[in-house]
Design a protein around this ligand. Structure first.
Ligand code: ASP
Length: 299
C-alpha cells in the first residue's frame, strides 16, 4: 500500500442547472455540511471511493437535487435513475442506467464494481441486481419522490432543462482518486433516455491522475467526448486541469450545450467550472477551507 500523506481534496456538485434569480440556500447549506463531513473522513484516512459514494448517497437521500429522492418522473410517469462510480486506484468502475425504485443508485453502481466483472447494467437487469444485493428500495414512489431545492412543479414538465445531477470527486491521503455521479436525468425525458451520467468516460471518470464529474445536458457531453477529454488533455496534451476542463466546456458550448464539471488531480488541485447560469458546488482540501456557492464566478 502507498504511504499516507496529509494531502487530500474533495469537490461536490449539485448540478449546473441552477437558474439566476432563484435561491438554492438549502442545497448550499447541505453541500457545506457534506464537505465538512468529507473533510473529516479524508483527514481520518478514508479512501476516495468510500468518500465519494458517501457524499453522493447523502445527496440522493436529501431530495434537494435531481438525483435519488429529488428525481422527477419521465414522460411515461415513472422515475428512472442513472449513476456511475469509478475508482482510479486499480481502475475499476460500475454504473447503472434507467434503474427503478432504488434509493441509492450509486450504491448499486458500487456493488456492481466491487462484486462483479461487469461495469454497467441497465433497466430491469440493474433493478434486479440492486434487489439481489439487498439495496434499499422505494416502496411508495408517490410518497417518496419530492421537488428539489429551487425547483417548481412546472419545471419538471419542461423538455429543455437539465437540472440537478449530483457528483463528488476526491483525492485521498494515499494518493487515490475517485469519482461518483448520480442523476434523475433531464426533466421531461422519454422512457429509457440515458444521458452522460451512467457512462464512465463521459459523465464520470477517475484514473491515477484525475477524477471528474460532469453535469449539464448529457447529450452534449456525449457528443463532446465528456470526461475522457479532460483526462486526455491532462495526460496526453499536458494541459493544466483547468485548461482541460475548459476545453471540454468550450466544446460543449460550441454545440449549443451548457453544463459544469468538477475535477481534482493527484496534486490536490480542484477545478469547479460551468458555462450555465450557476452550479451548486462545494469544496475543501488539506490546503483550503470549505466553500459552498452556486453563482460565484468560476473563470
Ligand atoms: N447530465 C444529466 C443528464 O443528462 C443531467 C444534469 O446534469 O443535470 O442526464
Amino acid at each position: 500500500m502507498t504511504d499516507r500523506t496529509t494531502k487530500f481534496a474533495l469537490a461536490l456538485h449539485g448540478g449546473a442547472g441552477a437558474q439566476s434569480g432563484r435561491s438554492y440556500a438549502r442545497a448550499e447549506a447541505h453541500l457545506k455540511t457534506l464537505a465538512e463531513e468529507g473533510e473529516r473522513m479524508l483527514a481520518a484516512g478514508a479512501s476516495a471511493v468510500d468518500v465519494v459514494e458517501k457524499m453522493v448517497c447523502e445527496m440522493e437521500a436529501s431530495g434537494l437535487y435531481v438525483a435519488g429522492r429529488g428525481s422527477a418522473a419521465n414522460s411515461a410517469g415513472y422515475v428512472e435513475l442513472d449513476a456511475a462510480i469509478m475508482d482510479g486506484t486499480g481502475r475499476n468502475a460500475g454504473a447503472v442506467a434507467a434503474i427503478r425504485d432504488v434509493k441509492h443508485p450509486i450504491s448499486a453502481a458500487r456493488a456492481l464494481m466491487d462484486k462483479t466483472p461487469y461495469v454497467m447494467l441497465a433497466g430491469d437487469g440493474a433493478t434486479k441486481f440492486a434487489a439481489k444485493h439487498g439495496l434499499e428500495t422505494v416502496e411508495d414512489p408517490d410518497e417518496y419522490y419530492t421537488l428539489p431545492d429551487g425547483t417548481t412543479a412546472e419545471d419538471t414538465q419542461t423538455e429543455t432543462l437539465a437540472h440537478g445531477t449530483v457528483g463528488a470527486v476526491a483525492l485521498d491521503t494515499y494518493g487515490g482518486l475517485a469519482a461518483a455521479t448520480s442523476t434523475g436525468g433531464v426533466f421531461g425525458k422519454p422512457e429509457g433516455r440515458l444521458g452522460d451520467t451512467p457512462i464512465n468516460g463521459i459523465g464520470n471518470w477517475a484514473d491515477g491522475e484525475v477524477a471528474i464529474s460532469c453535469t449539464g445536458v448529457g447529450e452534449y457531453f456525449i457528443l463532446s467526448g465528456g470526461a475522457s477529454m479532460v483526462a486526455g488533455g491532462v495526460k496526453l496534451a499536458g494541459d493544466s486541469l483547468e485548461k482541460a476542463v475548459w476545453r471540454l466546456l468550450d466544446d460543449v458550448k460550441s454545440l449549443n450545450g451548457d453544463g459544469g464539471v468538477i475535477a481534482v488531480n493527484k496534486a490536490g488541485d480542484i477545478v469547479m467550472a460551468y458555462n450555465s447560469d450557476g452550479m451548486k458546488r462545494a469544496s475543501v482540501s488539506s490546503e483550503t477551507p470549505v466553500t459552498a456557492t452556486t453563482f460565484a464566478p468560476c473563470r
